[in-house]
Design a protein around this ligand. Structure first.
Ligand SMILES: NC(=O)c1ccc[n+]([C@@H]2O[C@H](COP(=O)([O-])OP(=O)(O)OC[C@H]3O[C@@H](n4cnc5c(N)ncnc54)[C@H](OP(=O)(O)O)[C@@H]3O)[C@@H](O)[C@H]2O)c1
Length: 222
């Protein structure tokens, strides 16, 4: 049976690959992209403008989708600002990272919640193992790690609230993947990472609500 997925950051990288694989198997895909005129998405994918730095854009996106029942929301869009030392660190980079990686997924879920009420009620926050405090061995972007750690914490809180309404919210690390963000040395290609993530999402039950996992479903330490 076909389900309806909303994917953010669908212009390239993992978001685009989610669109490719889900559309190919016959699911309904709604892609949120910053500039629809600059992207080519698979046939049948519905494209809507979505700039996650602007609450107004998020609410306009949700309004455009009102009347559509959404089964799965994949909060995928993210930014990595590569400042790994205190000397390089700039407060505006931290703010920009929190805006896209932490605040926007939360606002989008708030905006789409009613449209998800009649669906599967699955929410996937694409996070990172770099958001794990206990796995942190240093050397990575301050802003990225902090914003993903905060996403993990917000995810946990949302899952406790929405779990009572039957939602399954999961924070998922895709692996280190060869995209613009992951870079050329990453061992995984997007099709492999996304194939595993789609399979894992397909196995979700409500018992998974609140978990922090890697792409095949193994639990990650907070
Ligand atoms: N690749 C990895 O190794 C890796 C590892 C761990 C976690 N992740 C996570 O996986 C997710 C996808 O990463 P990726 O590797 O596919 O990254 P990517 O290739 O850099 O793509 C990022 C996507 O996010 C979108 N985006 C960025 N800022 C946006 C904004 N303000 N409004 C709307 N869309 C925005 C981009 O749109 P534009 O084209 O308009 O810029 C693009 O579609 C991210 O959350 C990332 O943190 C990736």
């Amino acid at each position: 049976m076909a389900h309806t997925y909303v994917i953010t950051g669908a212009s390239r990288g993992l978001g685009l690959e989610f669109c490719n694989q889900l559309a190919a198997r016959g699911d309904n895909v709604i892609a949120g992209v910053r500039d629809p005129s600059r992207v080519t998405l698979p046939k049948g994918v519905r494209v809507e403008p979505l700039d996650l730095t602007q609450d107004a854009s998020i609410f306009a996106f949700a309004k455009a989708l009102s009347g559509t029942t959404i089964d799965v929301l994949i909060n995928n869009a993210g930014i990595y600002i590569n400042h790994g030392t205190l000397a390089e660190f700039a407060s505006e980079d931290l703010a920009a990272s929190f805006r896209v990686n932490t605040i926007a997924p939360f606002v989008l879920l708030k905006a789409l919640r009613l449209s998800m009420a009649g669906g599967l009620k699955r929410v996937v926050h694409i996070t990172s193992e770099l958001g794990s405090v206990s796995l942190n061995n240093g050397g990575w972007s301050y802003a990225y790690c902090a914003s993903k750690a905060a996403l993990n914490q917000i995810h946990r809180t949302i899952s406790l609230e929405l779990g009572r309404d039957g939602f399954t919210c999961v924070a998922m690390h895709p692996g280190w993947v060869r995209t613009d963000m992951g870079g050329p040395d990453a061992p995984l290609l997007p099709p492999e990472s996304v194939r595993d993530m789609i399979a894992t999402i397909g196995r979700f039950t409500q018992a998974d609500n609140g978990r922090y996992i890697e792409r095949t479903g193994q639990t990650l330490p907070w």
